[in-house]
Design a protein around this ligand. Structure first.
Ligand code: SF4
Length: 497
């Protein structure tokens, strides 16, 4: 698997091909399983030491629920406070509008270089691609994102974007860029990236970041990171642009404390991420650093369409911790690129069709789940992702978007299982239908639509007698035995007389 997902590749149509490629890639599977295991173990340890985790989880859920239910109020309070602090707030309905807005800001300042901190929303709107088209260089300064930018790949995990790469692969990427041999050692690789990135921080015309949480009561933009790049990007360039999803708010600093605790522990098992920065407005008079301008782009892009939806509104509670990815048996086998979307794993399978309002293609992701519910168990704000995935599948059925063969199969299934005589006939004939394909009690290669099932496991032969038949035969036998016993007793009694 190349790892680079072609943005034009249709999400649903390409899903099967990407899945097969990922499954055939042993290295990718091991790398993803290794790191997600580490993250999962870290999370479990952090939960245990935290003590009353379920209470915190419930508090997290209530905070996010309250914000989303009162989003208009908190957005107004937040943006008023950002403006009071000297920031310029721009609401954008769509990704295209956000891209246009950013390009305007860049072109008005004749910007040639943009230093980027980690921002999933900028990935969502494919900002780098548009900047490149306009001849503006955008450099990713988060280490994982930088590696992927050089490799021309998209992130394959929400918080560990280069989860599918090992040190040797990273060394090869850096060696190609520098034209020098590179030792695959963490320190050497980190030093190389640091040296390269330092100049970009100093030369950038604009610093661009996302926003983990906006604090409504103060207008503070909160960024959490384990690398120092976030602080460089937000303090050195003269202009700082923030792009955030419209739902990423908390009412107060007290609420922020709860969600930051949940985020760090769920994401990496840390008590807190190494750097937590709160930015309120641009540099004020007398301050030594900080940008001269701060622009805040607040993006809707399909989010407001979920408000008021009885099933899907809760997806806006997400704090992007990636815990659901780390425990998902599907994600752990195929990694993030397979989803063909910026957002992968269970949250990506729900969020992508909703944000893109595309059930036909993106809706196919709802089948990338075993519905085991592990994602819900791991989610620090209790989003019932597994229920949502079922509801997305139901939506696809209602819209008539499932294949004709599937619709026919389920119609036949419903008719057969709704009629006792047909059911009995079907279960009896299944034995004879399967027989020609059986070897040593199993079908190892099923024909037709059953082929997918036997690709990775054997299908056991259906017994000749169903449980129902055996049960009825047993009842008949017992009845017969009872009758025989009664007859024998009666005969014995007559002889005695
Ligand atoms: S759905 Fe829950 S577990 Fe998944 S990223 Fe969002 S907050 Fe984290």
């Amino acid at each position: 698997m190349s790892g680079a997902v072609n943005e034009k590749e249709l999400i649903g149509t390409g899903l099967k091909k990407r899945t097969e490629e990922a499954l055939a890639n042993d290295f990718l599977r091991k790398a993803v399983a290794f790191t997600t295991d580490k993250l999962k173990t870290g999370r479990l340890g952090a939960m245990e030491t935290f003590g009353n985790w379920e209470e915190w989880r419930e508090r997290g859920k209530q905070i996010r629920k309250h914000v989303v239910e009162n989003l208009d109020y908190y957005l107004t309070q937040f943006t008023d406070n950002v403006s009071k602090a000297g920031g310029n707030v721009i609401f954008c309905q769509s990704g295209e509008e956000a891209v246009r807005t950013f390009l305007n800001i860049a072109e008005e300042r004749k910007a040639k270089l943009v230093a980027k901190g980690k921002s999933m929303v900028s990935e969502e709107i494919h900002l780098n691609h548009h900047l490149e088209e306009r001849g503006i260089e955008a450099i990713e300064t988060d280490l994982g994102e930088y590696i992927l930018q050089l490799a021309k790949e998209t992130p394959s995990h929400l918080i560990i974007p280069a989860i599918h790469k090992n040190k040797q692969q990273i060394a090869d990427i850096f060696a190609e860029e520098s034209g020098e041999p590179m030792v695959p050692e963490t320190r050497v690789l980190a030093d190389y990236a640091k040296t390269r990135l330092r100049n970009y921080f100093l030369e950038a015309d604009i610093g661009l970041t996302g926003c983990n949480f906006g604090v409504a009561e103060s207008g503070a933009i909160t960024l959490v990171s384990n690398e120092g790049n976030g602080r460089m990007v937000t303090t050195i360039p003269k202009c700082h642009v923030v792009i955030m999803g419209m739902e990423r708010l908390v009412p107060t600093y007290d609420d922020l404390e709860v969600v930051l605790n949940l985020l760090a522990r769920s994401a990496t098992g840390q008590k807190l991420t190494t750097y937590t920065s709160m930015i309120t407005g641009p540099r004020r008079e007398g301050e030594l650093d900080g940008p001269e301008e701060l622009h805040l782009i607040i993006l809707d892009n399909g989010r407001s369409a979920q408000l008021g939806d009885p099933v899907f509104q809760d997806v806006l509670h997400c704090i992007r911790c990636a815990a659901c990815l780390n425990v998902c048996p599907v994600y752990r086998h195929v990694g993030g690129h397979t989803y063909g979307s910026v957002y992968s794993g269970p949250i990506g399978a729900v969020l992508t069709p909703l944000l893109q309002q595309d059930m036909k293609e993106a809706g196919q992701l709802s089948y990338a789940s075993s519905l085991c519910g592990a994602c819900y168990e791991a989610c620090p704000v209790k989003i019932p992702l597994h229920d949502m995935l079922v509801q997305l599948r139901a939506r696809k059925v209602k819209l008539g978007l499932t294949p004709l063969a599937e619709r026919m199969a389920f119609k036949t299934f419903r008719t057969t299982f709704g009629n006792v005589t047909l059911y009995k006939m079907a279960t009896k004939s299944a034995y004879y239908a399967m027989k020609p394909f059986v070897s040593k009690g199993y079908i190892k290669k099923a024909p037709g639509p059953g082929a997918g099932w036997t690709q990775s496991r054997f299908l056991p032969m259906k017994p000749k007698m169903s449980f129902r038949d055996r049960w009825e035969a047993l009842q008949r036998e017992l009845k017969q035995q009872g009758q025989d016993g009664a007859k024998a007793a009666k005969k014995g009694g007559e002889r005695h007389e």
